[in-house]
Design a protein around this ligand. Structure first.
Ligand SMILES: C[S@@+](CC[C@H](N)C(=O)[O-])C[C@H]1O[C@@H](n2cnc3c(N)ncnc32)[C@H](O)[C@@H]1O
Length: 224
């Protein structure tokens, strides 16, 4: 992958002076945020989330964003991936972003709020797109329950749902990008991806935390 946006960043460590009123978990989260060079780099560059670097790094490696690309961004809040989509595809293209959570407006993107597992919400995304897409990307991650088997099934369920949707709307040659966990995609999902796309790759972008099981599947060349 290309030169990292954090190359050369100074490694200053911030320790919080007082943990008064904070739980240990929130204290740890806050310290990690304060000391994370990607968080700082995102803030400096105007990205709404450090997650923006993940799609940037994936695109720099596989070159799937083109000017004018029509994009659906699932699980888009707070909007880093959507900002990148607008920047690369242009404000005149069609970019539809959806999340369970509200997203502050982004010029050039249609923002929707709702649960993608709800058929009416999927229909709203289809209506907003009103045609085919060149890229369907999903950074959706369910809240974990702590029960590994349940969490795994929920994650796979969301990826399958995103893939079903991608197969409905992608134009031939289109790209599907999705967050997957633990060693990539399930065998059945992988077989399906290989059948429907010319090239299927897995990648862990450098900005994805090493201690997270998260990785991404990038499937290009939708066969239609
Ligand atoms: C890692 S965050 C996305 C970060 C985003 N890519 C960015 O660049 O700012 C994952 C998002 O998935 C959303 N999500 C999880 N399940 C969802 C669902 N069923 N429908 C819509 N959004 C969902 C969460 O609300 C959360 O905001």
């Amino acid at each position: 992958m290309s030169k990292s946006p954090i190359d050369g960043a100074r490694g200053l460590t911030t320790r919080l002076r007082t943990a008064k009123g904070r739980t240990t978990a929130s204290q740890r989260w806050l310290e990690r945020q304060l000391n994370d060079p990607y968080v700082r780099a995102a803030r400096a560059a105007g990205w709404r989330s450090r997650a923006a670097f993940k799609i940037i790094e994936l695109d720099e490696k596989y070159h799937f964003f083109k000017p004018g690309a029509r994009v659906v961004d699932l699980g888009a809040a707070p909007g880093g991936w959507t900002q990148y989509a607008v920047k690369k595809a242009g404000e005149q293209s069609k970019i539809v972003a959806l999340d369970l959570l509200p997203i502050e407006p982004i010029n050039g993107a249609i923002i929707l709020e709702g649960d993608f597992e709800d058929e009416a919400v999927e229909k709203a995304v289809l209506d907003a797109l009103s045609g085919q897409a060149d890229i369907v990307m999903s950074d959706m991650a369910p809240n974990t329950t702590g029960h590994n088997a349940t969490d795994h099934l929920r994650i796979i369920g969301l990826v399958e749902l995103a893939l079903d949707f991608a197969c409905k709307v992608l134009a031939p040659g289109g790209t599907f990008v999705a967050k997957v966990f633990q060693g990539g995609t399930e065998k059945t999902l992988l077989d399906r991806l290989k059948r429907d796309f010319a090239v299927v790759r897995h990648a862990k972008p450098p900005s994805s935390r090493k201690d997270s099981a998260e990785m991404y599947v990038v499937a290009t060349g939708f066969r239609g």
